[in-house]
Design a binder for this molecule. Structure first.
Ligand SMILES: Cc1cc2nc3c(=O)[nH]c(=O)nc-3n(C[C@H](O)[C@H](O)[C@H](O)COP(=O)(O)O)c2cc1C
Length: 499
């Protein structure tokens, strides 16, 4: 089958480019009428489950009941950081189940295919999860790989390797997404990781463990710790429990290389095509720049002038119809939008959920198309003061659907959430690694929207495929700013039960 999702590339040497984030985005952009064809090599379709032959897995307890909490309480509540409580193997089982589990099965000629509680571009699932544990009953201290297929852990390294209790490492296997998206795939590695991070941090909060997330670490040392073949798989995010020592505080020079049979597990297809641009872009972000004390925000950097802000008054409680655990297992992408308005209560609750997280590397806005209480137009969200401000009035949703590679169904959605960034500004503050921060944050908030929409009985779909320059022009972004990710929300025809 011929995939139309292939950018036209104009690669120059990335190491000579000072504004790496912008460069990355430009050179993996989709340009109308300049899309080169790409045949999907089904015989070399990457495996979506990582295997470690010869390692007996530890099965995690199955029947652990999730807490009866609402998503709104987790998103809006402050996570508990003290006193730190003991963590059990049941907790680990539940955290991992709430982070990523199989939720639906599709039967294909080639075999069964499983969808997951986390969204992933093209359902290619590049992400893997590793857990380092210490002092947990019925579990040897060490580093484990989490098998989503079997809900089990495979011990890769025995002994104390991190701070007390537990640390999660999220990686991406390049070829899984590159198989379809080629050079543009690095965006999806980052966005997908962001989606997984959101599920993980919510799961930790649900168990009253305060997540401490880090995108900053020594890439090579962490990859070595995890036993990754870093030409194929790299760690992108680390999350430990706040109140415990962070992984980076430990001495890392003692970490030995793991055996080849473990490193070989990063290979997911017989014949893997290498995309040098993906490696180059990732490598460009290796350096961790010490961040300035007080960082100026993205708020004035997109070149957009907005009206005076209007405060959001979300309903209390949010109009949720499912609790948090039900929401996680019911989350799916829905594209069967109908042209019916979403209520003001739903939209203000969604915006409220986005305001509970402050970040400086990207900016949230939205296109209102069919939402009560919001005239059609382009809006910006000021997350620090819970204000929305109109930038331009008009029906932009239809035009955006055309820009999103003519995915016409997007025109029926009520709202398109927009994650935008001035990439030169990101580089100037954080260096090239800032691109990772911006994209993973966009993915994180994208997963949050999916979950909030699911909890409120609305449909949702993330969109990474769009003509980049056309999107920037429609939104009137300045020359250095781009749309990173779009998430559509609206009423859908019917919400079916899942297999
Ligand atoms: C980063 C990202 C980009 C995506 N881009 C698109 C897209 O452009 N068009 C689309 O129809 N779906 C898109 N999706 C939705 C995925 O195709 C969907 O998550 C995947 O098929 C798994 O199905 P599920 O979400 O129902 O579990 C995207 C998802 C993510 C996370």
């Amino acid at each position: 089958m011929r995939s139309k999702f292939s950018p036209s590339l104009n690669l120059t040497k990335i190491e000579h480019f000072s504004k790496v984030s912008f460069f990355e985005n430009e050179n993996t952009s989709y340009v109308r009428h300049k899309m080169t064809g790409h045949y999907l090599d089904w015989k070399n379709q990457p495996g979506v489950f990582k295997h470690y032959p010869g390692i007996d897995p530890v099965l995690l307890p199955q029947n652990v009941h999730p807490p009866e909490k609402m998503l709104s309480a987790l998103i809006k509540g402050t996570a508990v950081s003290a006193p730190l409580r003991a963590v059990s193997i049941e907790d680990i089982s539940l955290i991992l189940r709430l982070t990523c589990t199989l939720t639906a099965k599709a039967r294909h000629a080639g075999g069964d295919f499983y969808y997951r509680s986390v969204a992933s571009a093209g359902a290619l699932y590049p992400s893997e999860i590793y857990v380092a544990t210490q002092s947990i009953n019925n579990l040897d201290d060490g580093l484990y790989h989490f098998s989503i297929a079997h809900h089990s852990l495979s011990l890769l390294r025995k002994g104390d390797i991190t701070a007390p209790i537990l640390t999660f490492f999220l990686s991406a296997i390049f070829f899984r997404s590159a198989w379809k998206y080629r050079e543009r795939s690095y965006r999806y590695h980052l966005l997908d990781t962001g989606h997984l991070i959101e599920n993980l941090t919510l799961a930790l909060k649900a168990l009253q463990l305060c997540p401490a997330l880090s995108f900053d670490f020594n890439d090579s040392e962490v990859n070595r710790l995890l036993g990754l073949d870093e030409t194929k798989e790299v760690c992108l995010a680390v999350c430990h429990i706040n109140g415990t020592q962070a992984y980076e505080d430990k001495e890392t020079e003692k970490i030995t290389e793991l055996q080849d049979n473990i490193k070989n597990a990063s290979r997911v297809a017989e014949k893997e095509t290498d995309y040098p641009a993906v490696h180059a872009i990732h490598k460009a972000g290796t350096a961790v720049i010490s961040q300035p004390e007080s960082k100026p925000g993205m708020i004035h950097e997109l070149g957009l002038a907005a009206d005076k802000g209007t405060r959001i008054y979300p309903p209390d409680p949010w109009p949720e119809t499912l609790n948090y655990a039900e929401t996680v297992s019911h989350r799916r992408s829905k594209r069967n939008f109908v042209r019916q308005p979403i209520s003001q209560g739903c939209l203000t609750a969604l915006l409220d959920g986005l305001c509970s997280d402050q970040n400086q590397s990207m900016r949230t806005g939205f296109l209102a198309g069919n939402a009560e209480g919001f005239d059609p137009g382009i809006y910006l969200l000021d997350t620090s003061s819970s204000l929305t401000a109109m930038v331009d009035s008009g029906l932009f949703i239809d035009r955006m659907a055309h820009i999103c590679l003519d995915q016409a169904w997007l025109a029926n959605a009520a709202v398109h959430f927009l994650f935008m960034s001035n990439l030169d500004f990101v580089d100037s503050i954080w260096g090239p690694r800032g691109y990772r921060y911006a994209m993973m944050t966009a993915g994180r908030l994208g997963e949050r929207i999916y979950l909030m929409a699911t909890a409120m009985g609305l449909g949702c779909c993330g969109i990474g495929a769009f003509y980049d320059m056309e999107a920037a022009e429609l939104l009137c972004l300045n020359n250095h700013s781009r749309l990173l990710y779009l998430v559509a929300v609206g009423q859908v025809k019917s919400v079916k039960a899942f297999a």
